[in-house]
Design a protein around this ligand. Sequence first.
Ligand code: OOB
Length: 552
Amino acid sequence: MSAPEESRQARPQALDGWTPWPAEMADLYRRAGYWRGETLGRLLRERAARHPDRIALVSGDRRLSYGELDRRADRLAAGLLHLGLRPGDRVVVQLPNIAEFFEVCFALFRLGALPVLALPAHRRAEIAYFCEHTEAVAYVIADRDGGFDYRALASQIRRDVGTLRHVLVAGEPGEHTALSSLDREPVELPEPAAGDVAFFQLSGGSTGVPKLIPRTHDDYLYSVRASAEICGLDEGSVYLAVLPVAHNFTLSSPGSLGVLHAGGRVVLCRRPSPDEALPWIERERVTMTALVPPLASVWLEAARAARHDLSSLKVLQVGGARLPAEVARRVGPALGCKVQQVFGMAEGLVNYTRLDDPDAIALETQGRPISPHDEVRVVDDDDRDVEPGQVGHLLTRGPYTIRGYYRADAHNEKAFTRDGFYRTGDLVRRTREGYLVVEGRAKDQINRGGEKIAAEEVENHVLAHPAVRDAALVAMPDAHLGERSCAFLVARGQPPPAREINAFLRERGVAQFKVPDRIEWLDALPTTSVGKVDKKALRRWIADRLAQGARA
Ligand code: OOB
């Protein structure tokens, strides 16, 4: 293999704007054997060397072996290098559940360029922000998905973001560059350092702009390896990726990477509906999958019809939002498999109920942390530990929980304690056995069936409408999604119809799931004694209103 001049450069400068672990903690995590100096790119290399012909990915009618995925990642990395991408460059990746997601990510890992993992639901407002904030040089999309043409979105983004030089398309490229054209003889590339940032996850957030989460090879691989072990994955495991592959749950808990680590097979499902997913389970003999609670309910309903052989399924993971115990209880009888609750966050900490836990734990708690070195504190409003068993704010730090968001110094001051604990914004109770029960939330966020909406972000968009003087977004209870969003607005003059506000938000390029489900006009927003908007009162008002409606 000949290494051209361009690949023989020194490793890039350490990334600016991220917070590494303190040296003594990093040492501890290395000594404990958690951080092994392995990179994501090498993980695939080793698995491919061990069993090149085994199937790694099933995507539509494509079946890629480990060897093929490995080769494609090398060839694509060479193509990206030739195009001008360099180690340390940021690349926004927005792909649906297709094999190209893995080809691109592994190619970028090999190159040492950093994927920023956007979700398919994101639109202009979010994507432009990710590109600008990270100074991304490339944006990777599919041509179309779910009736949406990403190429048109990319053309706009390209015009608006100065740093963006390339739009790479899986499928028909239109005016952009086809991913399939980036295929060159592999070149030797210096391996990135395992302690360096490998990619960015997105935070569910509670602030005006979304936050980016830098994850290193070392920390992420530890969570993947340990998760795979907790979930008993092996080479016989067949994982159906139903939720977006880029999400931390689907990617690493243990998700696709956990299964690739174990030498199993990942089956990519384009739509989460039972119509599409259940036939895959039968066809590929799927052993495990992961859903958010509303989808789990839909699947349980669909499984009653029982037209498909689901006997291969051993574990159904449910997470992203609180799973009601009544729903958890129905999983075993309806699907003939175990339910595993997963309470995690893209910032790091992931809790699992264990597969041999008794029902009282498996159905009623959200699990316990992966690692003996996950430090968990449950505190009151003044950061003092609450009595055992009492509800409080969950703080955590550990071998795979970040110490700071990317380029967000001011926010990091609030989101982390001085000694590096991440303030999750979740209200939890810890049981005697060390399991966590999620009792609520202190962060200003709506959890819409697992999709997170930062209230302030949406309020800012709504406030840009000339007819809106004041805005507060709150959660309202919903039988199916758990929560939906309700915007309380104060008008300047005559309130416009709700559909005008919603159209305005879409026009601004806000992802559809963030558009308020309901709008209520008020003369003024209620305030607390210290003059802050009283969101508690608003939540109570709308919940009462809905309950009355249900009774009527
Ligand atoms: C997962 O990650 P994110 O980053 O989309 O959202 C994290 C937040 C948590 O802080 C919590 O508020 C909520 O989502 N959450 C749950 C939950 N799982 C997540 N709330 C109640 N019960 C649960 N089981 O959502 C995520 C990441 C990795 C694995 C699983 C979920």
